[in-house]
Design a protein around this ligand. Structure first.
Ligand code: AQP
Length: 337
């Protein structure tokens, strides 16, 4: 076994992955992966906490897994698996549910936001989402969890659950569960919607024009950037709270071009939107091209993705089942016969 610290993260198969998921999460997984022992899962159990289509769930799940590979997840450092294939995730969730106070979950911002959107049909699963996420992380005794800014509160809750669990069930100085830390990069941590620079880019936004999906064609990218919200001011600038769209689009340009903030600020300070938009379009198309080519190759190789996921499941299960046994023993359950 390696001595490297362990990383766990995932994305829900709730729609097409977009630049927010890539720049806020997956790109950071890729860049840091050779320093860690990584587990990346497609969190399909999370995907059913909001209304979903059973007819496309399996295909959507495979698509996300293929995109992990397309974005550069390297199997020499990382395992990729599907959450629902490792049943320990559900079982640990039940055990942790029973030590998690209800009001901790009712305070979660994501729950409140999504509950408002769903009106009358809010499921217990939506409320319980952060406990399932805690189980995902804790089963692997993960040291680090690379996520976008929106998930920080859930990691804090995970830490509270760890402290509560170890306090109740572990012997002094022999913690059963490891305290994980969020890994949030400042750049890309919160990519905003193309149609409203004050709202985060999201798979579940009803308007596809609000986001650039990783598999969008050059024409779609051009159309979305052409129609994206701007302001009447000439010259673009970062960090002006009165100009959220300018800040967001400059950040996208910076991250996708690989230029520094200073370089971009100087290059675009006198630019009008009519010059900037084609520049951003070309940069985005070029940045996504290698991902799209790799995606095509991964999905065209018959049986390849299945073999990656099978191997990932085996590696994940070996660790997850061990942690589950330790948790159950600490909680007073008899050993399985
Ligand atoms: N706009 C964003 N900017 C930066 N990071 C983001 N992430 C999501 N949106 C942005 C990060 O992507 C990872 C996977 O997210 P998820 O699928 O688990 O759920 P989410 O955070 O709720 O993402 P979406 O796109 O908004 O999905 P829906 O609409 O289904 O809820 C996480 O690390 C997240 O931080």
């Amino acid at each position: 076994m390696s001595n490297r610290q362990r990383v766990l993260s995932g994305v829900q198969p709730t729609g097409d992955l977009h630049l927010g998921n890539y720049l806020g999460a997956i790109r950071n997984w890729v860049e840091g992966q050779n320093q860690y022992d990584n587990f990346f899962c497609v969190v399909d159990l999370h995907a059913i906490t909001v209304p979903y289509n059973p007819a496309t769930l399996a295909a959507d799940t495979y698509k996300v897994a293929a995109l992990y590979l397309a974005c550069g997840i390297d199997l020499n450092y990382s395992s990729i698996f599907i959450q629902s294939h490792v049943s320990a995730h559900s079982e640990l969730t039940w055990l942790l549910n029973c030590i998690t106070p209800l009001n901790w979950l009712q305070d979660m911002v994501q729950y409140k936001e999504k509950a408002i959107k769903q009106g009358e049909n809010v499921s217990v699963g939506l409320l319980d989402y952060p406990v399932l996420m805690s189980s995902d992380i804790l089963l692997y005794q993960a040291d680090k969890v690379p996520v976008g800014e929106d998930q920080k509160q859930h990691i804090e809750l995970t830490r509270d659950i760890v402290n509560s669990f170890n306090h109740k069930f572990a012997k002094p100085n022999q913690p059963v569960l490891k305290l994980p830390e969020p890994l949030i990069r400042k750049e890309g941590a919160r990519v905003m919607s193309l149609t409203d620079g004050t709202k985060k880019m999201s798979k579940s936004d009803p308007s596809d024009l609000s986001r650039i999906n990783l598999l969008d064609s050059p024409d779609e990218i051009a159309k979305k950037i052409k129609r994206c919200k701007t302001d009447p001011v000439r010259g673009l600038e970062f960090d002006n709270p009165e100009r959220p769209e300018s800040n967001n689009l400059l950040n996208l340009y910076m991250l996708l071009s690989g230029k520094t903030k200073q370089e971009v600020a100087v290059e675009c300070q006198d630019m009008g939107w009519g010059t900037f938009k084609p520049l951003l379009t070309e940069t985005t198309i070029n940045a996504l091209k290698p991902i799209q080519e790799k995606y095509k190759a991964v999905t065209e190789e018959k049986g390849y993705l299945e073999s990656v996921l099978r191997e990932g499941k085996q590696k994940a299960e070996a660790i997850a089942n061990q942690t589950l046994l330790q948790v159950k023993a600490a909680m007073g359950y008899s050993a399985p016969l």
